[in-house]
Structures are given as C-alpha cells and as structure tokens.
Design a protein around this ligand. Structure first.
Ligand code: HEM
Length: 419
C-alpha cells in the first residue's frame, strides 16, 4: 500500500506511528475541528437532500451509494485539506482527482490477490500503468494544495490582522510542523492527508448505505426514527424560539427551505440526544462493519490468551463481520437488525470495543469514530426526517469483496418526500 499511503498513520508502526497518533488524537479532540466539521457535514447533507428532492419530483431512480460516496469525498476533502472538489453537484460531474483516487484505491487493494502485480510493475504494464497515472494525478493535486495552503499561511502571517484561521487538518499539521523539531516535509503532509481521505471516505459512505438499506427494509425502524426526529424538531424549535415553516410537500422551494430550517436545529450537542438514531447506526455497523476483516502481521512468535500459538511472519485476522453475528456475543437474535438492543430505558448503552469491534480496539482504535458518527447522524437525521426510501424492484444488494464492505451494484432506490 506504500504507493498510496506512504508513511501515513495506517501504514506505519513504532515511532512513526506514535508521533502521528499523538498529533492526530490531539487534533481530533479539538473543538475547532469539531465545529468546522459540523458546518461542513451539514452543508453537504443539505446538498444531498436537494438532489434527492429533485429526484423525487422527477420520479427518478438514484444510486444512493454513489451519491453518498460523492458526499463523503467532498466532505473529507473540505475537512482534510480545505478544498471544495464539488462532486456532489446535481449534474454529478466527473472529477479527475476523485476518479484517480478511486482507481488507485481499487488497484492497490487488488494487489493483495494478484500474485503478478510485481511483474506488471517492473514491466510497466496493465493495472500498474493505470496506477502510476492515477498516482501522478493524486500527487499533483495534493502537492499543489499543500503549496497553496503553505503560501496562504505565510501570507496571513505577514498581515496578522487579516489572519483567517484555517481549520482543515492539513493547515493544522502545517502549523504544528513549524516547530523545527516536528517539522514535516511536503511528502509527510501528503501522506497525512491521503491517509485521512482513505480512512474517512468509503467507511462512512458504505455504513450510510447499509443503514439506509436497513431502514427501508424495516418499516417499524423507519417509523420510530421518523417519530424521534419529529419530536426532536419540535423540541429544538421551542428551545430556539423559532416557528417551524409551514410547507406543502408539492412545493419544491418551500420543501427545501424547510429541510434547511431543520438542519439549522442540528448541532453537535443536540445530535447527541438522538439515541434511537445512534442505535440504528451502531446496529448497522454490528451487522455490516465497514472494515469487515482486519489482518495483522505477526512480528514475533507469541501465544494468544486462549493458548493459540502464532508464528513470526504469519498473519492474524480479527473479523468484525463474524464477531458482530455471533450468538455467543449477541444472543439468539444476533442475526436480526434490532436497534433496540442498544437502548436501556430509552438511552444508548455502549458495548466494549472488544465485543463491538467495528472500530478496532486498543491503541489503534479508530481515531475518527466520533467524526464518523457526527457525519452519519447529520446526514441520516435530514434524510430520514424528509424522505422515505424504496428499493428499486429486483435491484440486487450484494457484497463487493474489497477491504471495505460496500454494495457490488450500488443501492438503487426511489425517494418520496415526507411532510
Ligand atoms: C463508519 C466509519 C468508520 C469505521 C467503521 C472505521 C473503522 C476503523 C478501523 C477498523 C480502524 C483500524 C484499522 C487498523 O487496524 O489498522 C480504523 C483506524 C483509523 N480510522 Fe477509522 N473508521 C471509520 C471512519 C473514520 C473517519 C471518518 C476517520 C477520519 C476522518 C477515521 C480515521 C481513522 C484513523 C486515522 C485510523 C488509524 C488509527 C491508527 O492506526 O492509530 N476513521 N478505523
């Protein structure tokens, strides 16, 4: 994976990992990044809502997984390096960076099962040529953003009065790297940014796709969620002293205005009160963990706590997909989608990360978990409050066998507006 991930957090161990983990944990805990992400996630969820509204008026089918991939790519590029790449526009434009990024991601992953990839690389043929071309596009784009950000930060420093504080992860890493001891080269900055894009994009989009699939195939869940969101909306409107816009679902303009008004009531804190929604997302990840299996190399001979001997040079894989479905862990109804299992007297109850392993556990537990929940809850709150989804008859929902558990043929659905 070196060509794509370099020395980024995913791809390194030891000191290189420890340093990045420390800086990134600090950043992820910052209020600035959280507030900036909340604004970005809201803006892009509303863009998605506008596209769905248009599709519903025109009775068009949409591929929800594709739209969600566009939404999360735009969001992570904005949060990660402060750039608007605009793939979630109504005409669904092509974007060179986005295409190259998808191509490189697929080819690098397929190297795991293609014994000939090294030969192809040496001879510069087949998929390795395409990978090379894609990496050039990705690197050109990323390095040009890094240079631009550095110049902006330099310029702002000359004019302290005009200093616009940038909240994207890249700007923060550039600033943190100004201490000569921790100074980061452009290559290290490139690795940091691309690792975050990889970490935060497909994982969130596929989880949202599975969540919508679960919601539309479990009518009682859709209704419970809708009812939680309606109550929330009224409570928040009362708290903020705003009167909710009266609207007719046949009026596109008013309908979109109303969705925007609802989004205005969604804050980081208030999203924390949507326990049923939180349970729906978590139950989705139990059955459809975005990282379904997570292999690790063995450095030294060792004995696992249950007595299993493992040998240096081999591999151990923990499998969140299986662990999420074991009756031993979840009881006899382990195979059923039941968000209620996460609630006690209406409040969300977390499980140990060693039991619910979708985000890993221990020192390398996912750093973006809270950010992912923030984005997923923001998007689902708006979508499930204003739309009802139906699967296009006959559309096959099948697994795609890649590192991330996505749907092989996308998620084709029709959309109806809700009052
Ligand atoms: C549903 C969404 C997500 C899931 C299921 C998920 C899952 C995971 C898993 C399983 C790992 C461990 C990988 C390993 O063993 O090396 C991981 C690591 C990581 N995740 Fe996430 N992730 C999600 C979203 C995000 C987002 C949105 C971000 C950031 C914007 C993010 C940032 C990271 C980072 C930086 C690591 C590496 C941590 C380390 O190696 O120390 N993740 N994630």
């Amino acid at each position: 994976m070196e060509v794509l991930l370099g020395n980024g957090i995913f791809n390194v161990d030891g000191e290189l990992w420890r340093k990045q983990r420390k800086t990134a944990s600090f950043e992820f805990a910052s209020r600035n990044l959280r507030d900036f992400s909340t604004i970005v996630f809201k803006e892009y969820s509303l863009k998605l809502s506008a596209i769905l509204s248009q599709a519903s008026f025109k009775n068009q089918e949409v591929d929800m997984q594709e739209l969600l991939m566009r939404m999360t790519l735009d969001s992570i590029c904005k949060v990660g390096f402060g750039v608007e790449i605009g793939t979630l526009a109504p005409n669904l434009p092509e974007n060179r960076f986005a295409r190259a990024f998808d191509t490189a991601n697929i080819i690098v992953t397929l190297r795991f099962i293609d014994p000939l990839w090294k030969i192809k690389k040496v001879l510069n043929i087949g998929s390795e040529v395409l990978l090379d071309q894609s990496m050039r596009i990705i690197d050109d784009f990323t390095y040009s953003v890094i240079r631009r950000r550095k110049a902006e930060i330099e310029e702002a420093r000359k004019n302290p009065k005009n200093e616009k504080i940038k909240h994207d992860i890249l700007s923060r890493f550039i600033e943190l790297g100004e201490n000569p001891e921790t100074s980061l080269t452009d290559k290290s900055l490139r690795d940091v940014v691309l690792n975050f894009v990889i970490a935060g994009r497909d994982t969130t989009a596929t989880t949202l796709s599975w969540a919508i699939y679960m919601i539309m195939t479990h009518a009682h869940v859709a209704e419970k969620l809708y009812s939680e969101l309606k109550t929330f909306e009224q409570d928040r409107a009362n708290e903020e002293n705003v009167s909710l816009l009266q609207y007719d679902i046949e009026d596109p303009e008013l309908f979109n205005q109303r969705a925007t008004q609802f989004a205005g009531l969604l804050t980081y804190e208030s999203l924390g009160r949507l326990y049923y929604l939180h349970a729906v997302v978590t139950e989705t990840l139990r059955l459809y963990p975005a990282v379904p299996q997570d292999p690790k190399g063995i450095l030294e001979d060792d004995v696992l706590p249950d007595g299993t001997k493992v040998k240096a040079g081999g591999m151990v894989t923990y499998v969140p997909y299986s662990m999420g479905r074991m009756e031993y862990n979840w009881g006899p109804d382990a195979a059923s989608f039941k968000p209620e299992r996460w609630l006690k007297e209406g409040f969300f109850q977390n499980a140990s990360p060693f039991k619910f392993t979708a985000f890993q556990a221990g020192p390398r537990i996912c750093l973006g978990k809270d950010s992912a929940y923030l984005q997923m809850k923001m998007a689902l709150a708006i979508l499930c409050r204003f739309y009802k989804f139906s699967l296009v008859p006959g559309h096959p929902v099948k697994y795609r066998m890649m590192t991330i558990l996505s749907m092989a043929h996308g998620l084709k659905l029709t959309v109806a507006r809700r009052s």
